[in-house]
Write a protein that binds this ligand. Sequence first.
Ligand SMILES: *[C@@H]1O[C@H](CO)[C@@H](O)[C@H](O)[C@H]1NC(C)=O
Ligand SMILES: *[C@@H]1O[C@H](CO)[C@@H](O)[C@H](O)[C@H]1NC(C)=O
Length: 496
Amino acid sequence: MAGGKQLLLLAAFLPLIRCQQTPTVSMLPDLKQVFPGDLLFLTCSGSSTGEVTWYLNDKVLKSKDKTLKIAAAEPKDSGSYSCEINGKRSANLSLTVLEYAPSASLTIKTGHPVMRTQMSVILKLENDEGLKGWVCRVKRNEVIKKIKLKVNDNPVSLSFQPKQLNVMETVFWCFNEMGESRSNQVIIRTSDKRVSMEMYPLPAVAGESLTLKCLVWGTNKISQSVFYKGNSVFETVQGSESHKIQTMTESEVGSYKCEATYKYVDQTVSNSHTDTSDTQDVPVYASPVRAELSDNMGCSCSRCDSSMLFRYYKKTEDSWKMLDSNESLDSSGTYRCRAVMHNMRTLPSRSVTKSSFSSVLTISVVVILIILVVCGILIWLYRKRRGSEPLYEDVRQKRHGDNKEPEYDTIQLEAAGGRERKGGEYEALKKEDMKEGEYHTVGVEGASGGDGGYQELKKGQKEEVYHTVGDHVAAGPDGGYEALKREKCRSKIMKP
Ligand SMILES: *[C@@H]1O[C@H](CO)[C@@H](O)[C@H](O)[C@H]1NC(C)=O
Ligand SMILES: *[C@@H]1O[C@H](CO)[C@@H](O)[C@H](O)[C@H]1NC(C)=O
């Protein structure tokens, strides 16, 4: 009986005791190593009431929330974190944000950083040392689950499709259960708006570019995209072109959205629709260390630890293949390098293209051929406009004098035939290196005579060059490139 009373007493005081508990700081997800760009949440738990004061190295932080969000970690976020509620201060949680990138890369193979709810993405995991023993984690709201990968042998690359996206923000990352290596995080957000704004890479890297693109689910017939920072327009582009912020700095941090004017794929009425995307915050973080590659293929890294080794990569059709240490860099191709340690590495260097003698020869031949064709067209146009008249007169006079009518006819036919044949040659060549649409334009312009044909050709070439540059520079510090490359696939998938 007495024991029961004691228990009752204890039960009455239990809530009071709990209130007096010292709070604790916990980190979600609980990563062993924190790399630049990681998304983290620090939570002050213990007492449920009262205002929270956050400290970093004993300095008071602005946030008064129970949960402190680090949207894109960077080395300057390192330090001792503690929180205080009702005068009770927690123990320190020590956070170290490394200066390098993780050794494995996780990218979006199919899909985008912003998807619609219930859709899913395909992710691609790559690790130079192979993926044996690797698993992934997925964080949906507060819940973290494991994703088992079916790994046979020890592949360096693997694609997998996680379950549908059912929360606002889903975070993926992978790690080696037997070692310390891990990948970067991939964050997929959902939006039920018809228009979504995609940013590559997100979070943005200080000093590097950020590409913004306005996409509309179900159609690629976009006539105009307007980009907003806060509530003011900062760029309007025609069609579905993207907008690139060349250099991200602290002043570019903010909330962005876009507005697209579009039509549905099989829409027959002429009026367009205009919709706005959700607003997205763009955090910026300091770039991890990057290796440098010189024109004569020397890899270096001034900020790196001296124990790091250099690794070279050669561009293949859809990825970068690591070269064995005994493989030479002599063959023609595009190369880049990184400095590596057992569980981290630098960002890749810029890429350097090396052309062998045979490819120089091929390029020269192609250039000469193009010059010849252009000269041919110009001469033909010139003759057509000016030269043909007198020539025809001459011939006719001569033939008239000789009075040989059939021969005159033959010559005229031959001349006409020659002209056509030249046109035919030109078409065949153009078809090879121009898109269907551009080719038609060139044909029409050429037929109208004058310098029009030449001008149009120049325009077409410029267009090609622009597209190439766009894709290339959009390559993020590590992963952005893949996502953007999938652009073409996406528009196919989206068509109902
Ligand atoms: C927490 O870290 C700060 C800064 O390093 C230090 O001044 C303080 O004494 C630490 N607090 C505890 C309880 O260890
Ligand atoms: C490089 O050396 C490895 C063994 O260390 C060998 O298996 C591989 O075939 C070599 N590669 C070349 C291109 O010689």
